[in-house]
Design a protein around this ligand. Sequence first.
Ligand SMILES: *Cc1c(COP(=O)(O)O)cnc(C)c1O
Length: 385
Amino acid sequence: MQSSSQITISKAALEINLNFMRSILRKDVEIVSVIKGNAYGHGIEAFVPLAISAGINHFAVYSVQEAYRAHAVANEHTEFMIMGYVEGSALKWAIANQISFFIFDVDRLKEAIGYSKELGVPAKVHLEVETGLNRTGIDEANMLEALEIIEANNGDLEILGVCTHLAGAESIANDARIKQQLRRFNQYKSQILAKGWEPKYWHTACSAALLSYPKSRMNLVRVGILQYGFWPSQETFIQYLTSKKINSDPLKRLIAWKTKIMSIKQVNQGEFIGYGTSFLAAKNMRIGIIPVGYADGYSRNLSNYGRVVVNGVRLPVVGLVNMNTLMIDISEVEDVKNGDTVYLIGGQEGEINISVASFGELSNQLNYELLTRLPHHIPRLIQNN
Ligand SMILES: *Cc1c(COP(=O)(O)O)cnc(C)c1O
């Protein structure tokens, strides 16, 4: 490998996860693949063509930069929705390319109409309504004005969808709030239908809602974390297993992150390892040096704490995680040699694994956070199995 570490993405795992979702959803529910955060760290350029080959033709991004990147590797049948940031010339680009985007306030509504008139192309939009997350979304106070503006500029906008985002469907603690959001959404729905408009899509569900709130599924779901083989939270995982009376995970992770042992060294009892005094060798030790550090997304919080897998054995990180290097204790495994593969995430099929979840718990990060912090510079390689 040319680069100091490599991320592999499994096509078979994606197919397993998509089939799992399809088995839950009615046939007429469209799956939109959420690829914000560099496709949750999997890499937009690697992931989008893979997902297309697995039957996905609709993607959701947060920003227009992500839309540019995804659009460049997609095909003419692929559709996109921009859920967050886009304005000015980028908004014009989106309209000209028939890329849909969320309208969450009157300012954006007016801007979109202005560019539509200029281009002579109707903007494809999703009206995002405020139901209780209190982030983006048109609220009740502005809804009438928004609807009037849309009506007055009939022809400049195509209302492709109406949507909202739920405030934490991965925890039962938020149950009352989520149900109230769904009720409010249906009030907006009546208001919009009363105008005689017929948006193609009604959508509220993310991964957790898809699993726990059947009513949230409507006719389109925006799925992020689940398609990559991760549960939105430990709670949703356990709840799913319990309700189905099963005990094995139906999802499979796509990602593995691996590197190689770069050098091996003997350290005598009583010596410190690495910078400062954070690790003192209590015995004679054999240490493997690995060319990955916090600049590669391996958190410094994992100093003296992280675990990696070499030859099917889980081994501890010793000393501080440096910018580009870390050390592991290989004393317990005799046959480890220079150049051996080290798994930072994942592992060989059927062997011990480093799950992102345990890794994330050790470094106090969510699955979501850890994945999206995997740097862009690490090459992503697609594997069929
Ligand atoms: C991130 C996001 C999703 C997907 O969330 P997951 O929990 O990863 O499925 C859906 N909708 C919106 C608006 C989002 O920002």
